[in-house]
Write a protein that binds this ligand. Structure first.
Ligand SMILES: *Cc1c(COP(=O)(O)O)cnc(C)c1O
Length: 387
């Protein structure tokens, strides 16, 4: 059966060019990059070339890039690493109510270790208010962490402005850019961040590999203890195929970004308009314009998101209700609650995210079938009366 994958924010397929670039590093070029011999040095060169590629893409220096096992580790490293390095200076951290679990959970972990965390709220579009950030700052604040774009509703935050506030107050600033790297321009100097997290499987690279940008001079406790890889900041033998794949993926994104953004915005807006035209009582979640080019998120009244997903899946359409992590639990998304939705409305939400292999016909197929699914489910809902 035809499959239409509309869940690129959960993960992306690996680009075939990435797979080709990785392949030699499993057998021909398998050396341990910490070894002195030719096999080791060959792997080391591949890693340092990859580091340079990523650094150039981000506007960073190669020594400011640490390779990690993905977005989750980068976020844990940034938040706990800064907190433990600066605990004598202060114990207060500012973040937002709509962060990914990989930021929210380390922050909550630190609360149990004596740190204070302020989770600032957002408006109905999911935007953080700069005044709220300013007002949350105390003389004990050591870190501000605000995601670049939200993984559920796609809202893009005013990171540059928050960066200025952090700099004026001499506070470190971290951003979870897992949803933006490879999709929209990300430059660490323009954004004014001291730390930035990214993950390859969100931009057509392999799973289990990511990076943390750490601005030169930033005080941070090491994360994985062991060998002295990554200049003593993160132990463990390098994942050479993953690192090479991440760099290749970023190169491809760089060359295609302008065209991909243009095409995705076109399709995104076609889906939004199509859903609004064909289905009654639907509400777009996220900001109308300050949103990721590939993100659509709707609340559809009178039905459960899970039922829509199951019905769409049977028709060959892969979608999501929010983050992959919440799909298995019945708790409504903390992001949708934070933008002010009631739990009932939050339960009826559908996220559709676009990517490299989406075609115009896929959107035709979606817009043909989704209204039928919604009508069918609503017909079974006791709350719904057809108008
Ligand atoms: C996917 C995602 C993560 C987690 O990244 P992994 O590489 O899967 O650990 C963190 N933050 C955001 C915003 C994400 O979308």
């Amino acid at each position: 059966m035809k499959r239409v994958y509309l869940d690129y924010a959960a993960t992306t397929p690996c680009d075939p060019e990435v797979i080709k670039a990785i392949e030699p590093y499993f057998f021909d070029k398998f050396g341990n990059p910490s070894s002195i011999h030719a096999e080791g040095q060959e792997a080391k060169k591949a890693i340092e070339d990859s580091r340079q590629t990523l650094a150039t893409f981000l506007g960073a220096k190669p020594e400011e890039i640490i390779f990690t096992s993905g977005g989750t580790e980068s976020n844990n490293f940034a938040i706990e690493g800064v907190a433990f390095a600066l605990q004598n200076k202060g114990n207060h951290i500012i973040t937002t109510a709509i962060e990914h679990h990989a930021v929210a959970e380390p922050a909550k972990f630190l609360e149990k270790r004596g740190f204070k965390v302020t989770f600032v709220g957002v408006d109905k579009y999911g935007l953080v208010d700069l005044i709220d950030i300013k007002q949350a700052i105390t003389d004990k604040t050591i870190l501000i962490s605000v995601m670049h774009a939200n993984n559920e509703i796609g809202t893009i935050q005013p990171i540059e402005e928050i960066g200025k506030i952090a700099r004026e107050s001499d506070i470190y600033f971290h951003s979870d850019a897992v949803q933006t790297v490879g999709h929209i321009p990300v430059n660490v100097n323009e954004l004014g961040v001291d730390l930035l997290s990214l993950s390859a499987h969100k931009f057509y690279g392999p799973k289990g590999i990511g990076a943390l940008y750490i601005r030169k001079g930033t005080r941070i406790e090491r994360f994985l203890h062991g060998g002295d890889q990554e200049r003593g900041r993160r132990a463990s033998t390098h994942n050479t195929p993953g690192i090479v794949g991440l760099a290749k993926a970023i190169e491809i994104c760089q060359s295609k970004m302008t065209d991909e953004t243009k095409f995705q915005v076109l399709l995104r807006d076609r889906i939004i308009k199509g859903i609004q035209d064909k289905i009654s009582e639907v509400y777009l979640n996220g900001h109308p314009t300050k949103r990721l080019p590939n993100n659509v998120n709707f609340s559809i009244k009178y039905i459960e998101g899970e039922s829509i997903l199951l019905n769409l899946d049977m028709l060959g359409i892969a979608a999501s209700t929010g983050s992959a992590c919440t799909s298995s639990s019945l708790e409504p998304s903390h992001v949708l609650l934070a933008i002010g939705l009631s739990p009932e409305i939050a339960h009826g939400s559908l996220r559709l995210t676009l990517g490299r292999w989406i075609e115009e016909q896929d959107i035709d197929y979606l817009l043909e079938h989704l209204p039928v699914v919604v009508e069918k489910l609503r017909a079974m809902s006791p709350l719904y009366e057809k108008k």
